[in-house]
Ligand binder design. Structure first.
Ligand code: SAH
Length: 248
């Protein structure tokens, strides 16, 4: 059980595996006005940057669960580096179906709603770990500009135009699921550039160091194609945001 290696090659230098900058992550944390000691569950926690920095800056405590052994190791190392290893723990495992032993104040899934088969299922999954009156955080793509055709949607890493909604419709969906949207942090095109273009440099450096690896042809092909595909399609059409939700 692990994340395929291609992901960890692409995002080897990333602390945040989403188009969210360190500044925006910190601003979002402040905007939520979390009390010191807030208990957080982070499903698909990646390299743990949200939990570790919020534990340092906002005095949160919590647990992250992620399927990547490498990212989980990085998260544990980051906790030590930031001096919060006594406040956060990182568990290697499948987060789909993961429910906290004790209800938490904040349950998050930032950029991995496939673990609950989409937004509705992920809200249900997070709700099972949340204390009454708690807050949920969900990171999710939306159509900044709705793709004119399925080919464009595929080029945005979607399987179909129907995979995502325009932003107001996503907000409406949260309402229909019974949640108030109480905060949000959106990524703009510059943020997407930081996230995506960093993958190109990671791939190039990796190729230079691993020319004979069995994944080298795949990485080579991706690096050759991605800057064009990204600027032509994804950068224009795909938005991304983190939404804070509280049950009505
Ligand atoms: N929330 C983190 C990581 C987002 S990237 C951040 O914002 O930085 C998506 C993450 O989902 C990756 O770390 C990947 O390893 C993890 N993932 C994918 N499928 C998973 C599953 N079934 N259970 C747990 N983690 C999963």
């Amino acid at each position: 059980m692990d994340l395929p290696r291609i992901f960890t090659i692409r995002e080897s230098s990333h602390r945040i595996h989403n188009p969210l900058t360190p500044d925006k992550l910190a601003t979002l944390g402040q905007a939520l006005h979390l009390a010191p000691g807030t208990r957080v569950l982070d499903l698909a926690s990646g390299s743990g940057e949200m939990l570790c920095t919020w534990a340092r800056d906002l005095k949160c405590t919590g647990t992250g669960v992620d399927i990547s052994t490498l990212f989980t190791e990085q998260a544990r190392a980051r906790a030590v580096e930031l001096g919060v290893a006594d406040r956060v723990e990182f568990v290697h495992g499948d987060a789909s179906g993961h429910v906290a032993d004790e209800p938490v104040d904040l349950a998050a899934c930032v950029g991995a709603t496939w673990i609950g088969n989409g937004v509705a299922g992920t809200a249900e999954l997070l709700a099972r770990s949340l204390r009454p009156g708690g807050m949920m955080l969900m990171g999710e793509p939306y159509w900044r500009v709705t793709p004119p055709d399925e080919k464009t949607a595929l080029a945005c890493h979607a399987t179909s135009v129907a995979d995502f909604l325009p932003l107001p419709d996503l907000i409406e969906q949260f309402g229909e699921l019974g949640y108030d949207v109480v905060q949000m942090m959106l990524s703009d095109q510059q943020d997407w550039d930081r996230y995506t273009a960093a993958q190109w440099l990671n791939m190039r450096r990796w190729l230079d160091e691993n020319p004979d690896d069995e994944l080298a042809p795949e990485v080579r092909a991706e690096l050759t194609a991605e800057p064009d595909r990204y600027t032509r399609y994804l950068r224009e059409h795909l938005g991304w945001g983190v939404f804070a939700l509280m049950q009505r």
